[in-house]
Ligand binder design. Structure first.
Ligand code: ZN
Length: 1010
């Protein structure tokens, strides 16, 4: 999901991709303020007539005391005026300082007079450990002082001249944690720096910091902002100048990237590329209209004695299909980073009468059919550990918290003890209800997964019934008279404006929310009234004003998916009834919206983010056998991305990358939906959209942990980089990367694709993302989990929502991920004559249709083998995955006897036999070290041992990449360690699995080969 920012007095829209003239798919929206992506912004207080936070984070402030007023101002229209008392000031919630690495604070101040001890702000644990700016004369000092203290000891300090009175001044203070510096800027210019500091912000702020602004100040304040990134001088200058020019936020040209990611000279050796003596050309065939799929890896020739891998080639990435509109032959030239090699692809464009896209051949097992087991040494696997953190907290949740905003929308009383959720489900948050959808899915999955503990299972069953009964009761109210004979509007397309209002609005405040459910149309269910859906049809954009919306269909997707998950697991008919009712409501409304309007809706940044509504509606159609829901699913086609334009000229269906620079998690679920629609429509375009998207995303946008978002260009950590295969040039944003919900959706897409097309690379990716991001996204001792996972050197994961009381998008998908960890270990074919073993995780499969159980015993990945035991008998194909990383061999023993099977890495081998009760299959795949480089700067690479990403354990932040030297022909030669514990050392530095790393880490290293 994304992000919130709003300018209350200037309406401006601009393009996510405006930096790039070749960008195809611009999205409307205002996610970048003053050239800084909103993912870097923690909070913003404009202070024109309230202390509201205008960012998406809802960190609203409070005014203490009474000596204040909002006054007219010749420069900034309306500002906050404070009257010099220590009792009147602003306080901010402690959550402002959650999960910060660095910190930048900026704001405008106008001193009416100098007052002793006046503060611009003060953030701290207590009066001895704090970070503040004292504005003017204090007892012993004259001047503006910025200071960090710990136990009354000064850690960092800058002093400059006192600010002049009766003049607006812009102050910015930057704490750059990786650089261990503190800067004070006045009016956009650097005034003073304190360097070489030794501090840790966690120690200054503690668990529950007090945050005040303007204590004892006799003066005015305007536009106070807090960022989680160290702003650069140029950025600060832009904020300053834009405020004065009234051109806030407008970005109309591509600027230099605003950060200090280390740059490398062109001749820097890039891993094995330095040993290349040649790179082979390739020939590729494609069909008229479809861009060829150029192989990202080709064969290369290396210097004598060097056994290098296939060579990554960076190919040009056209934005349309002009090059393939006629039959014939043409040539494409690629390049190999760090070399002057220019491999060529000769492309032959042909015609074909028919094109085949695959049928769905495999089926998944129900969650209840697969149980996770302790490992072969009797220890909990990482999978069980994470599952239990979630299950044990989930079982203690109060469903009334997740129903709170639904009851609130329908004007119903809250039961005793009901407390609302926070974060994105709070009273005035226009996304409220999203967590409820994830919750429904999670409790359904938890119910299905806890057959090992009847008490737990019963508790989840009760939660499910209570949730569904309440939602059903509410949904039945919509579009029906409140009391017999009362007025009502049952037709979803006829929902009137609320009584007493002049138009539809998104006001969800206690005083402003409409509760006239009898006018909302039959079947309506949401945690807010229908207005946001209607406003979207009328062109509403994303923002916090009551004329703007967040993402109504995104939220609805979660709710519908949750209801269908409940139905499929428990057979609860009411859950399905609610989903059908709302499906009909959506069908009625969108069925009357013109296609051009739909195209523009779905291309609206965030407001048009609909999660996987297409997936949900296609699924509802299949469950109910009602074709109208599949028709509704098609109304969500993202035509520009899928087909290039309304004429279907190109797009992903023709292998054109139409998603570069777009918001990642807004679009991945739409692709999951395309594949779901293919399942029932058989329209081959939908399959091609999904297949082409996956290949590009995996190869051109993926970080080594499996995440795919994190652009510095465009300046939004949640976007794909602006051009394919430029992660180093345009990615690794300082605000973090790898939004975790994006990876949740990538795994879902990957597994679904595998059901159609058993390409081993799908499950290789699945394993990579599952171990190195999903498992790695959970805190050590609680179910707290990550939003972004930063991969810059010396960074740290930040975990949130330990108590499940306030959800972001990623906290929502985390509930789902960790309650279905067993869902892709085994698949079967539709006729139950073949079994696929995809992942090596201690578990038991109950294959009911065959009356067979398969028990998998292993401590993988702490050992390199696994033992499968068949209980039951019969003939079937056992397909086992030979991972792409298994380059050191793959040995199969059946009942202890080595089989003569030649297994290539990155394949499945099929063992066909009539199995007897007690037959065993032992698989051994010796682990090797391998490197996963950033495609456009290959010396920056991650180190893997088998499937496990190893992170260097850092004890301090750093600005540069950690350098290591490895032997080109035997990476492991200089690596010491203990494979059973997956702990290694290189040059005295410890490396551990990223999924067991909770402190500072370096996932990417600067690797030299010798
Ligand atoms: Zn997210």
């Amino acid at each position: 999901m994304n992000a919130f920012k709003f300018s209350p007095y200037l309406v401006f829209y601009f393009l996510c991709a405006i930096f790039y003239s070749t960008q195809l798919h611009a999205q409307n929206g205002d996610q970048i303020l003053d050239g800084i992506g909103e993912t870097g912004l923690i909070a913003r207080y404009v202070l024109d007539d309230n202390i509201k936070d205008w960012s998406r984070n809802n960190l609203h402030g409070t005014l203490k005391g009474s000596e204040y007023s909002f006054v007219e101002d010749p420069v900034f229209d309306k500002v906050l005026n404070l009257k010099a008392t220590s009792l009147t000031y602003i306080t901010l919630p402690a959550a402002v300082l959650n999960d910060i690495e660095s910190l930048s604070i900026s704001g405008w101040i106008y001193l009416n007079s100098e007052v002793q001890n006046a503060e611009f702000f003060n953030f701290g644990k207590d009066t001895t450990t704090q970070f503040f700016v004292a504005l003017s004369e204090t007892k012993n000092e004259n001047g503006l002082v910025t200071r960090l203290t710990k136990n009354s000891k000064v850690i960092a300090e800058t002093k400059i001249e006192a600010l002049p009175v009766k003049k607006w001044q812009h102050i910015t203070v930057v704490i750059d944690f990786p650089a261990q510096t503190m800067h004070t800027y006045i009016n956009g210019e650097l005034a003073k720096t304190a360097g070489d500091l030794k501090f840790n912000l966690d120690e200054i702020f503690g668990e529950n910091p007090k945050i005040t602004i303007g204590k004892s100040l006799d003066g005015k304040l305007h536009d106070f902002r807090i960022y989680r990134i160290p702003l650069s001088e140029n950025q600060i200058n832009t904020i300053y100048n834009n405020s004065l020019k009234g051109e806030e936020g407008v970005v109309n040209e591509r600027k230099e990237l605003e950060d200090d990611l280390p740059q490398f000279p062109k001749d820097t050796p890039q891993l094995y590329n330095q040993f290349l003596t040649g790179v082979f050309d390739v020939t590729v065939t494609t069909l008229v209209g479809q861009l060829p799929r150029l192989p990202r890896y080709v064969n290369g020739a290396y210097k004598k004695g060097i056994n290098g891998p296939q060579v990554r080639v960076l190919w040009p990435a056209p934005t349309d299909n002009a090059s393939v509109l006629k039959t014939g032959t043409y040539e494409v030239t690629g390049n190999v980073p760090g070399t002057s090699f220019k491999p060529k692809a000769t492309v032959t464009v042909t015609t074909a009468s028919t094109q085949n896209t695959p049928e769905r051949k495999l089926e998944t097992f129900d969650l209840s059919a697969v149980s996770l087991n302790a490992d072969s040494k009797g220890h909990s696997s990482k999978f069980i550990e994470n599952r239990d953190k979630f299950i044990n907290t989930l079982v203690d949740t109060n469903p009334d918290a997740f129903l709170y905003m639904f009851r609130n929308a329908f004007g119903q009383p809250q039961p005793e003890g009901a407390e609302p959720l926070g974060v994105w489900d709070s009273q005035e948050t226009k996304l409220r209800g999203h967590a409820t959808g994830h919750y429904l899915t999670a409790i359904a999955q938890a119910y299905a997964s806890t057959s090992y503990n009847v008490t737990l299972q019963k508790a989840f069953a009760e939660k499910i019934d209570y949730m569904v009964n309440t939602l059903y009761e509410l949904s039945q109210r919509s579009g029906k008279p409140k009391t017999a004979g009362g007025s009502f509007v049952s037709e979803p397309t006829a929902v009137p404006v609320a009584a007493g209002k002049t138009g539809y609005d998104s006001d969800l405040s206690e005083a402003g929310i409409r509760n006239d459910y009898w006018n909302w149309g039959i079947g309506f269910i949401s945690a807010y009234p229908p207005d946001q859906f209607i406003m979207l049809e009328h062109g509403a954009k994303y923002g916090t004003e009551n004329t703007k919306i967040w993402a109504p269909y995104y939220t609805l997707h979660k709710i519908l998916a949750g209801l269908m998950d409940v139905y499929e697991v428990t057979g609860n008919e009411k859950a399905l009834e609610i989903a059908k009712g709302m499906g009909d409501w959506v069908h009625a409304r969108l069925g009357q919206v013109p296609t051009e309007t739909l195209i523009s809706m779905w291309n609206t940044y965030i407001a048009g983010e609909f999660g996987g509504m297409n997936e949900a509606m296609a699924r509802l159609s299949r469950i109910t056998n009602e074709p109208r829901f599949l028709e509704t699913a098609k109304l969500f086609d993202n035509i520009d991305m899928f087909y290039g334009d309304a004429q279907h000229s190109h797009g992903l269906a023709k292998n054109v990358d139409t998603f570069r620079g777009l918001h990642a998690n807004q679009h991945i679920p739409q692709i999951v939906g395309a594949l779901e629609m293919y399942r029932d429509s058989n329209a081959p375009e939908y399959f091609k959209v999904a297949d082409n998207f996956w290949y590009k995303t995996k190869n051109d946008y993926m970080y080594s942990i499996g995440g795919v978002a994190g652009a510095r260009n465009p300046a939004n950590a949640e976007c794909f980089v602006s051009q394919p295969a430029t992660l180093y040039e345009n990615g690794l944003s300082s605000g973090g990367q790898n939004e975790t919900c994006g990876t949740y959706n990538m795994l879902k897409l990957t597994r679904n694709l595998f059901l159609y097309d058993q390409r081993p690379e799908y499950m290789d990716y699945y394993e990579q993302g599952l171990y190195n991001q999903i498992l790695a996204s959970v805190a050590e001792d609680s179910p707290a989990n990550t939003y972004h996972i930063p991969l810059r050197p010396g960074s740290q994961k930040h975990f949130g929502n330990a108590d499940m009381k306030g959800f972001t998008c990623c906290n929502g998908t985390a509930l789902e991920s960790s309650t279905k960890l067993q869902n892709s270990i085994y698949f079967k074919n539709e006729s139950n004559t073949a079994l696929y073993v995809n992942l090596y995780i201690p578990s038991t499969l109950d294959w009911k249709e065959r009356n067979i159980t398969i028990k998998q015993v292993t401590t993988f990945p702490k050992e390199d083998h696994t033992l499968l035991t068949v209980n039951g008998k019969g003939k079937f194909d056992l397909n086992v995955r030979v991972p792409g990383w298994a380059t050191g061999g793959f040995i199969v023993k059946i009942n202890g006897k080595i089989q003569k099977i030649k297994a290539m890495p990155g394949t499945y081998i099929s063992i066909n036999r009539t199995w007897k009760n007690g037959d065993t299959v032992e698989l051994t795949m010796p682990f090797q070290f391998h490197l996963d480089p950033v495609m456009d700067q290959q010396n920056i690479a991650s180190l893997f041992y088998g499937p496990v990403l190893l992170a260097a354990q850092e004890d301090a932040p750093r600005k540069d990449w950690r350098k290591i030297v490895l032997k080109a022909n035997n990476l492991g030669e200089t690596i010491l360690g203990n494979p059973e514990h997956l702990e290694f050392t290189i040059d005295g530095v410890n490396f551990k699995p990223f999924y067991e790393t909770y402190g500072r880490h370096s996932v990417y290293l600067d690797v030299a080969l010798e």
